[in-house]
Design a protein around this ligand. Structure first.
Ligand code: SF4
Length: 246
């Protein structure tokens, strides 16, 4: 199964569960398929007794979420191991602790698929669903995967009221997707920045206004250097949560 070809609608999928059932079988990007499976076979020594997921990682969280978080792509030994977006690595530890602090999860940690984690009114997804080498998908891989996020946004549209983008890659990828999915993007296109907030008017009668927020990515490069602190992340999450009506 390849990425869904219909760019303007939920594309025949009635639910996110249906979409995700196809997404996890996607093999549209040969380099990423080879990499995710190689990592899953070879493993990191500290996880050698675990069975890696090694497949596309679907969005995490309820299908009627009011708030959507968009990152970059799963991490090789994080989401590609656990099968859950943003879980199983230090970036996830940082993110889920902050989400819990502002009331967006039921617990401050995510370890494995059986840890009881629940996201409250919030879903986490990414423009690229397979772990890329060096966390860098190619432009072709980014474009190949975008239809999944277009479809996901279409299915979330009845409830989603705010989107928080983690990092410049997600921002640059998401703006054209939002335009294609039914929201108006200012011209010139607004640049990514931490704390940037835009209100996007709907372009279709079945869309509601959408509040868009930018936040530095929760990568260790940002969190170890204190470019992004827990307080900074919690502040943006709080703004996005309120804008979403949560
Ligand atoms: Fe499919 Fe996206 Fe993975 Fe490419 S990155 S193989 S389009 S799920």
């Amino acid at each position: 199964m390849t990425a869904h070809p219909d760019p303007t609608s939920p594309g025949g999928y009635r639910t996110l569960a249906e979409m995700d059932a196809d997404l996890v079988d996607c093999r549209a990007c040969p380099r990423l398929v080879a990499w995710r499976e190689q990592v899953a076979r070879e493993k990191r020594a500290s996880f050698r007794d675990e069975t890696y997921w090694g497949r596309p990682v679907p969005g995490l969280g309820p299908a009627d979420a009011k708030l959507l978080l968009v990152g970059l792509a799963p991490a090789a030994h994080g989401g590609n191991r656990t099968g859950r977006m943003f879980t199983g690595d230090r970036s996830g530890d940082f993110l889920f602790a902050a989400m819990h602090a502002v009331g967006l999860t039921n617990q401050p940690f995510a370890i494995d698929r059986d840890d009881g984690l629940r996201l409250l009114g919030t879903r986490i997804s990414a423009p690229v669903h397979c772990a890329p080498p060096d966390n860098k998908p190619t432009p072709t891989e980014r474009d190949t995967c975008r239809d999944w996020l277009i479809t996901e946004l279409g299915l979330l549209a009845p409830t989603v009221r705010a989107v928080l983008v983690l990092g410049a890659f997600g921002w640059q990828t998401l703006l054209p997707i939002l335009a294609q999915t039914g929201w108006s993007i200012p011209r010139p296109r607004p640049k990514f920045g931490h704390g940037v907030h835009l209100s996007l008017p709907p372009q279709r009668p079945d869309r509601r206004p959408l509040e868009l927020f930018g936040c530095y990515h929760v990568s260790q490069q940002n969190t170890f250097t204190k470019r992004l602190t827990p307080a900074m992340l919690e502040a943006v999450l709080t703004d996005a949560k309120e804008a979403a009506g949560l």
